[in-house]
Design a protein around this ligand. Structure first.
Ligand SMILES: *[C@@H]1O[C@H](CO)[C@@H](O)[C@H](O)[C@H]1NC(C)=O
Ligand SMILES: *[C@@H]1O[C@H](CO)[C@@H](O)[C@H](O)[C@H]1NC(C)=O
Ligand SMILES: *[C@@H]1O[C@H](CO)[C@@H](O)[C@H](O)[C@H]1NC(C)=O
Ligand SMILES: *[C@@H]1O[C@H](CO)[C@@H](O)[C@H](O)[C@H]1NC(C)=O
Ligand SMILES: *[C@@H]1O[C@H](CO)[C@@H](O)[C@H](O)[C@H]1NC(C)=O
Ligand SMILES: *[C@@H]1O[C@H](CO)[C@@H](O)[C@H](O)[C@H]1NC(C)=O
Ligand SMILES: *[C@@H]1O[C@H](CO)[C@@H](O)[C@H](O)[C@H]1NC(C)=O
Ligand SMILES: *[C@@H]1O[C@H](CO)[C@@H](O)[C@H](O)[C@H]1NC(C)=O
Ligand SMILES: *[C@@H]1O[C@H](CO)[C@@H](O)[C@H](O)[C@H]1NC(C)=O
Ligand SMILES: *[C@@H]1O[C@H](CO)[C@@H](O)[C@H](O)[C@H]1NC(C)=O
Ligand SMILES: *[C@@H]1O[C@H](CO)[C@@H](O)[C@H](O)[C@H]1NC(C)=O
Ligand SMILES: *[C@@H]1O[C@H](CO)[C@@H](O)[C@H](O)[C@H]1NC(C)=O
Length: 504
């Protein structure tokens, strides 16, 4: 039998009876809402009738409210009956409040789940199961969430697919000396078995917990013994007072839960892209597919990302946008570092570069640095004309041989694309070929708001490395010179002489 659970933090939890656990894992109950949702990739225009927000939360596809607005398994509902509207998942019997959606990074924040278990006399174990809110859509973000148990003289086991697929266990005991409890739970030692214990939850769509009483010889005491609190969240700052109180004393100590967007109607990119399934493949033609691989075989799936530094929505046709702000230079920007000039689209201060690829740092001793996190380079020359950055003196480098790497980190830094460069670091100076973004000129020109070649008499140039396309950059047309990334800056020159500021 299911034991009664009290739901907390304005969230509901699916509590499945033990008998119901025999279900085939991971296949969804039909959505209780307006229908089954889309399976083909929509265009931005086809979603224009869809609500774009609920309260403070911005909604974007594959999530959506109402017919034609969500992918199957990603339906949401907006509860407007309260002064500040609240967003919920719609799926089977579960509803968990969504606090923010970052489709671009494939993550969703939802409010934590918590409930009391009363260990009544004569009952030794309690079993509960959890499912992520939408069985075809979101999964627990691997290794980001924890199951916290606050109580005395209890053990907890967490299982995945079945009762032999164990994820972890922990025990919590107490002493009757509250001061000892408090001093043991200060700082980083909190929640390590004295009044509280935690189990990291791997990825996947569901788990079952089993809670029981320890046969402890340590003296236990009345109230605290019978009242166990369970919290499922990314983080919880345990304080000893919570052992003795009827619920977490300061609910600000309970942080949200992190979920991962994963399309689980197919187990991998390869099967989703196969001929027979391609009609339901969720990633737009320009986006990249990554396998979602939690340990449990029944819960696999895939996730879509826009490539490289490109932003936008990988689940919408033409949704990936190469971010570039051609208007950024209109500010008071530092354009010199030491004796090296830093022309737009490069820049040093926030708001002075056109995108993050083109950001440089100027140190207090006037050294110009290209900092890519995994390595730093000292820039010795920067040329807009040949599209080269000359770098030297790598301040640090992970590569062991002479082949350097430029790593493009997408916003979700779990996923990195490695751009293997033909850079020869054995030489004093190394040329790094830079691009505005990894798209073709043809594609770049389709979006005026993010197109870099804004000067009159400028042209777009596809940058190739052998057969591999690295992206595009701009040039002044033949017979013109200047900065093609600035309005009206390419000016005519004849026989090596400028015609000055006059445009033809
Ligand atoms: C747990 O139980 C106490 C009292 O029994 C109650 O005040 C509290 O709200 C409950 N907490 C949750 C999360 O249901
Ligand atoms: C998509 O459409 C919305 C309006 O429905 C618009 O605000 C947004 O800029 C469009 N996005 C793209 C990438 O065109
Ligand atoms: C929801 O829960 C009720 C009772 O708890 C059950 O009868 C019903 O089948 C459940 N519905 C779904 C879709 O799981
Ligand atoms: C239980 O789950 C584990 C891990 O997913 C799997 O290896 C095992 O075969 C499953 N056992 C049963 C009986 O389904
Ligand atoms: C606790 O003790 C009881 C009776 O001695 C025994 O049946 C039970 O298995 C023990 N439980 C644990 C977790 O050791
Ligand atoms: C609750 O905790 C937060 C931070 O975790 C703190 O800022 C706040 O002051 C606490 N509130 C009370 C009433 O202690
Ligand atoms: C900058 O100054 C250094 C010496 O301080 C010199 O070696 C270098 O050539 C100069 N670079 C440019 C672009 O003028
Ligand atoms: C300037 O600072 C960088 C690091 O901040 C250091 O590596 C370099 O040696 C310094 N150069 C000079 C000339 O002091
Ligand atoms: C390179 O240096 C930066 C800044 O000093 C540092 O954050 C980074 O971890 C270093 N990378 C490696 C691989 O050592
Ligand atoms: C982009 O701008 C050019 C010139 O300003 C204009 O002719 C063209 O129609 C615009 N294209 C789009 C897609 O807005
Ligand atoms: C640029 O994009 C193309 C096509 O998406 C890809 O084949 C190529 O590897 C990418 N280049 C880099 C440097 O990311
Ligand atoms: C081009 O831009 C540079 C840098 O802002 C500026 O100094 C120069 O005067 C501009 N040239 C023309 C022709 O506008």
């Amino acid at each position: 039998m299911c034991s009664t659970a009290v739901l907390l933090v304005r969230t509901c939890v699916v509590l499945v009876c033990l008998a119901a656990l025999a279900r085939a894992p991971a296949k969804v109950h039909a959505a209780a809402g307006t229908g089954d949702g889309l399976l083909a990739i929509p265009t931005n225009a086809s979603l224009s009738h869809c609500p774009s927000r609920c309260g403070d939360v911005q909604i974007s596809y594959p999530f959506g409210i109402g017919p034609g607005c969500f992918r199957q398994g990603f339906e949401l509902s907006c509860d407007r009956t309260t002064p500040s509207p609240r967003l919920f998942f719609v799926s089977g019997n579960s509803s968990i409040q969504v606090t923010s959606l970052y489709v671009r990074n494939s993550v969703v924040w939802v409010s934590a789940v918590g409930f009391n278990v009363t260990m009544s006399a004569g009952v030794d174990t309690y079993t509960k199961s959890w499912e992520a809110p939408t069985a075809t859509g979101v999964c627990f973000y691997p290794d980001y969430n924890n199951l916290y148990t606050v109580g005395c003289g209890v053990y907890v086991y967490v299982f995945g697919d079945n009762m032999t697929d164990i994820i972890g266990s922990c025990t919590s005991i107490c002493t009757d000396n509250r001061e000892i409890m408090e001093s043991a739970n200060t700082g980083s030692g909190a929640c390590e078995g004295l009044g509280c214990c935690s189990i990291p939850i791997r990825g996947g769509q569901g788990f079952t917990l089993k809670l029981g009483r320890l046969n402890s010889t340590i003296p236990q005491f009345g109230e605290a013994l019978s009242n166990v609190k369970i919290i499922f969240s990314q983080n919880y700052d345990f304080v000893t007072d919570d052992v003795y109180a009827s619920w977490v004393v300061n609910t600000s100590n309970v942080h949200a839960m992190l979920l991962n967007i994963a399309i689980t109607d197919q187990p991998s990119c390869a099967s989703a892209q196969s001929q027979e399934n391609k009609d339901t493949y969720a990633c737009s033609s320009e986006s990249i597919c990554y396998d979602y691989l939690p340990p449990s075989v029944s819960q696999r799936g895939y996730t879509c990302f826009c490539p490289g530094q490109i932003e936008g929505n990988p689940y919408i046709e033409d949704g990936c946008i190469a971010y570039y702000n051609p208007e950024a230079p209109n500010r008071n920007c530092m354009r010199l570092c030491g004796n090296i000039s830093v022309p737009f689209p490069f820049g040093i201060q926030e708001g002075c570069y056109a995108n993050d690829n083109l950001r440089l740092d100027c140190t207090s001793n006037d050294t110009l640095i290209l900092d890519r996190g995994y390595a730093q380079y000292r820039v010795t020359n920067l040329s807009l004309d040949d599209g080269l950055l000359m770098v030297t003196n790598m301040l640090n480098d992970t590569s062991s041989n002479n082949v350097g790497r430029i790593i493009i980190t997408s916003n979700n830094d779990k996923y990195q694309e490695v751009m293997d460069g033909n850079y020869d670091f054995s030489q004093e100076d190394v040329a790094i070929k830079w691009v505005i973004s990894n798209i073709t000129c043809q594609k770049a020109m389709q979006n005026n708001a993010t197109y870099a070649c804004v000067s009159d008499n400028s042209i777009c140039k596809d940058v190739m490395r052998g057969n591999i396309r690295d992206g595009y950059r701009c040039k002044c047309s033949d017979g013109f010179q200047g900065n093609p990334y600035l309005h009206n800056n390419c000016t005519e020159f004849k026989n090596g002489f400028h015609s000055g500021a006059t445009s033809p």
